[in-house]
Design a protein around this ligand. Sequence first.
Ligand SMILES: CC(C)(COP(=O)(O)OP(=O)(O)OC[C@H]1O[C@@H](n2cnc3c(N)ncnc32)[C@H](O)[C@@H]1OP(=O)(O)O)[C@@H](O)C(=O)NCCC(=O)NCCS
Length: 159
Amino acid sequence: MDKTVIREATAADAARISEIVTSCYCEHEFTDGFSPALIEELIGLRGTEQSIERLIEDEFVLVAVRDEAIVGMISVSQNEITKLYVATEAQRQGVGARLFRHAERLVAKHGFAALLLGVVAPSAIPFYEKMNLATSETREIRGGPCKGRTVTILTKQLV
Ligand SMILES: CC(C)(COP(=O)(O)OP(=O)(O)OC[C@H]1O[C@@H](n2cnc3c(N)ncnc32)[C@H](O)[C@@H]1OP(=O)(O)O)[C@@H](O)C(=O)NCCC(=O)NCCS
């Protein structure tokens, strides 16, 4: 039986979430060809404990907890999923799908007609397709650390 529980994140979770986000960014070197310099920049901007604390203050963040340890997180702003990361050792066990479905229900409950997200790491796209999202557009990123890369915007109608 799956003993994973989904709950809202608190500031006390920031350190563990930061660890998961950081290790997932590191995976992108092998899965998506991100350079070590890009990974370092992304971690500095979006993976530190301080940036996760701000995320928890500014957005709605859920964590997946198994055996008292956080194994995944998702953040939502309005109708957009802004982050979804599952610890390497817990991937492909249904954790990402559970976090996604919780976030999807939340977005629907707030009356939004569609959910959206932008993906810069193409290796994640098959997962989102499994969650019944479809590509609505792709565009080149014009600034920031991912400048020159392609962002894929995926959407899902909720009503
Ligand atoms: C992408 C990610 C969130 C998926 O979470 P997960 O817990 O591993 O996925 P699940 O086990 O819930 O998978 C749900 C379904 O998607 C499929 N799936 C998951 N990852 C997949 C992949 N990389 N390629 C193809 N299918 C995939 C699973 O096989 C499963 O299908 P099923 O229902 O038919 O069995 C997770 O692998 C992750 O955090 N990756 C690194 C960071 C990342 O890329 N995050 C997204 C940034 S936009």
